[in-house]
Design a protein around this ligand. Structure first.
Ligand code: SF4
Length: 326
């Protein structure tokens, strides 16, 4: 049975961008891939400046959000990266076979480091740790968005290099499992939906809070008057309909929009209904977990034990292959 692995930064409670771009897919995949491994990658979150108290709250918020969104500890392994120290051990091993030039060419490193006066070495090594995250579990399929393909390429390359250097077929080359949802733009029309840009909707926001954000959200910029026909394919609200509503509603949206049958406010009200229907059970589960926080801690402890069992076996075998075993 194929094994899948995916990780998410501890950015606190999920917003609809990371829910639709990753986590909703994870929830669907856990039934197809029993034992799917999902990790809150807190070691990745310390490469920039941060406040420890904030990080603590964000780790908790992300773990709780994932469970509320439907990650089921009976089907999947959910854990905190720093609970499994083998991630950093394998990462060190991989730094010894990863060419510096490959890391310096990574787009994310170039973007982030260009804005820094002093660049932490950890920022450069970030993709090595990411390769270790994946290969530690010898995962063969990785649910990713299109923007993460470059990092996965490095993991594939690392697997090939390790196998070639030691003359073994030990690490599988992980394949991407592309997340079906198209990338959702920010509500302000920015290409990226992100909490730091303030253009998101939190997964746990109330109906009223969601509406207050949807109302002014960017639509087709050429649709100035209600009588102007719109172009659903360029409108972010239409993409959200596709994510939250059924096919019949989505085709009605396209029809009403392109014939100027309704205005954007009417369209957004229908979207709100779809969102409320999907998000209400998530908010209910989140409130239950707030009332019983031990359930989150227990899920992480069980997940950490299961992940560590696999990780320790991999490290023992890797050490042996490398001449580091007894
Ligand atoms: Fe976008 Fe809907 Fe307005 Fe069309 S009617 S432009 S899909 S918000």
């Amino acid at each position: 049975m194929a094994r899948i692995f995916s990780g998410i930064q501890p950015s606190g409670e999920l917003h609809i961008g990371n829910y639709l771009g990753a986590v909703k897919n994870w929830v669907q995949l856990q039934a197809t891939y029993p034992g799917a491994i999902y990790c809150v990658v807190d070691y990745h979150a310390i490469t920039g400046s941060y406040d420890p108290a904030v990080l603590r709250a964000r780790r908790w918020g992300m773990a709780k959000s994932l469970l509320a969104a439907g990650i089921d500890p009976a089907q999947a392994v959910l854990f905190m990266q720093s609970d499994v120290p083998e991630h950093t051990e394998l990462s060190w091993i991989f730094t010894t076979i990863t060419p510096l030039g490959d890391l310096e060419r990574q787009t994310q490193f170039k973007d982030k480091s260009s804005k820094m006066e002093s660049i932490p070495a950890g920022l450069l090594m970030y993709p090595v740790l990411q390769s270790a995250d994946i290969l530690l579990y010898r995962a063969d399929s990785i649910p990713v968005g299109e923007d993460q393909i470059q990092h996965l390429e490095l993991a594939r390359d690392t697997a090939r290099k390790f196998n070639a250097k030691f003359g073994v077929e030990y690490f599988p080359e992980p394949k991407p499992l592309l997340t079906p949802t198209r990338r959702i733009m920010g509500l302000d029309g920015n290409a990226k939906m992100s909490k730091s840009l303030g253009n998101t909707i939190g997964l746990l926001e109330t109906d009223e809070e969601i509406w207050q954000k949807l109302r002014p959200a960017m639509t087709d910029p050429q649709r100035v008057r209600k009588s102007d026909p719109g172009r659903p394919e360029v409108c972010n609200i239409y993409q959200l309909h596709k994510a939250f509503n059924d096919e019949a509603t989505v085709s009605n949206v396209a029809q009403q929009c392109s014939t100027a049958g309704w205005g954007c406010m009417d369209c957004k009200k229908v979207l709100l209904e779809g969102m409320v229907q999907e998000l209400t059970p998530i908010r209910r589960r989140s409130a239950e977990l707030d009332a019983e926080p031990q359930r989150v801690l227990d899920a992480l402890a069980d997940g950490g034990r299961a992940a560590r069992g696999i990780a320790q076996q991999t490290i023992a075998e890797v050490r042996d292959i490398m001449g580091l075993g007894s």
